[in-house]
Design a protein around this ligand. Structure first.
Ligand code: URA
Length: 421
């Protein structure tokens, strides 16, 4: 086989065989195919797409490129395709574990303008996110929940290809996203999978049409591998909740677990959580919703979160935020038409909440707290957003430009667009 023939075949838009996909992917992992050759193949895939068979084969090749974890107990995995202000896992994992569902969740770090759960959890002083597999199993058997970084040598092909995609403009490709996410979910021992597929200006999928296509193929891959898989298509045209930035998001997650969460985050947690619970316990969805709502109201989810933090050596009383604040105020009255989630994510990264290079050290104390969401009324000189900063600064005008204010009333945006299973 020859990598040039494979590249030319995909460039012509033809279907690759599983053997050809395996040759290219494993050749790249084993370093006899170069970055520049893989980049061209990825670009050909991004432009010409892949058939369902090719995507299923690509997922299988990536899944089998490394270790596969056997957890030895039933569990439900939740995955988000990434957004701004997305602290959902930090709320959902302990909440659903408090309802007797095993959650052994492996999360990632921030990527591009989107934050990562592991970076957020490390805002809690002392919180350890690396753990051996045996330790993880013991913790889940004992308290029902563990939140850790990627462990073992899972999907090395995805690790390498993802890093290359990140620097070659080939992240936004349905076949590449579907195989990347599903290979990791299948390798990490998930029994059942719920995916929060973000749609909108702050997400990888900007239109409903492409989001539905990504959902369809991920559900198909899950089913072909014998795993019940559900995709929930949710809005990412504005940040989720009010807080953006690591400590600030953890504090908002805690408030949500105490029953005082922002409306959109609360709604998302109830929707995703009830699906996870009904999948695990085979409950009618209405009954599952009731259980989740009660666990939020009576604080059992929060008690489980405290237990989780203690088990992972964190100090819940030490989640420092910066004391350097700037209020950004509206220059006119009106209604909030839009809040640019992508830009807010990029500005948070500039403040130090995310990385601009792989070597950057995150400043957990910085970020933003919004005071207004889309459709809210705002008065002239009323505060729109607070900037929490330390040594890195952002231009206030740039922050202000993220808000579009119009004269006429704006309808409340939809949060949950569709559920695909
Ligand atoms: N998340 C992943 O794990 N992979 C992608 O390709 C996109 C989002």
């Amino acid at each position: 086989m020859d990598i040039l023939e494979i590249i030319e075949k995909k460039t012509r838009g033809e279907e690759l065989s599983k053997a050809e996909i395996e040759y290219a992917v494993m050749g790249y992992v084993n370093k006899y195919i170069a970055d520049y050759q893989m980049s061209v193949l990825l670009e050909a895939i991004r432009i010409n797409g892949m058939s369902d068979k090719e995507i299923v084969d690509l997922t299988d090749v990536m899944l089998n490129s490394g270790e596969k974890i056997e957890l030895g107990f039933d569990n439900v995995d939740k995955h988000s395709t990434g957004g701004v202000g997305d602290k959902t896992t930090i709320v959902l994992a302990p909440l659903i574990a408090s309802l007797d569902v095993n959650i052994a969740k492996m999360s990632g770090r921030g990527l591009g303008h989107t934050g990562g759960t592991i970076d957020k959890l490390e805002a809690i002083e002392g919180f350890k996110t690396d753990m051996k597999l045996e330790q993880l199993k013991k913790q889940v058997e004992k308290i029902g929940v563990a939140l850790v970084g990627q462990m073992g040598n899972l999907c090395p092909a995805d690790k390498k290809i993802y890093a290359l995609r990140d620097v070659t403009g080939t992240v936004k490709s349905i076949p590449l996203i579907a195989s990347s996410i599903m290979s990791k979910k299948l390798a990490s021992g998930a029994s059942k999978i719920v995916i929060d597929l973000k749609v909108g200006s702050g997400a990888l999928m900007e239109t409903m049409e492409e989001a539905k296509e990504l959902a369809r193929i991920m559900v198909k891959i899950g089913h072909l591998n014998g795993k019940e898989t559900i995709c929930v298509l949710t809005d990412m045209n504005q940040p989720l909740g009010y807080a953006v930035g690591n400590s600030l998001e953890v504090l908002e997650a805690i408030e949500t677990l105490k029953g005082n969460g922002p409306k959109d985050l609360n709604e998302l947690v109830i929707n995703l959580g009830s699906l996870m619970l009904s999948l695990d316990k085979h409950l009618p969805i209405e009954e599952a919703i009731e259980y989740v709502e009660n666990a939020l109201k009576n604080g059992t989810g929060y008690e489980k979160f405290k237990e989780l933090v203690k088990y992972q050596h964190g100090n819940i009383d030490k989640i420092p935020v910066s004391s350097n604040l700037i209020e950004v105020k509206a220059k006119k009255e009106g209604y909030i038409k839009s809040i640019d989630a992508l830009k807010i994510g990029e500005l948070a990264r500039k403040l130090g909440a995310g990385r601009l290079t792989k070597e950057d050290v995150i400043d957990h104390e910085v970020g933003f707290v919004l005071h207004k969401k889309v459709s809210d009324k705002v008065e002239k000189e009323e505060s729109l957003i607070t900037i929490y900063y330390n040594d890195k600064k952002v231009d206030e005008q740039e922050v202000l430009n993220c808000f579009e204010i119009v004269d006429g009333v704006v309808a409340k945006p939809t949060l949950i667009y569709d559920i695909i299973k």
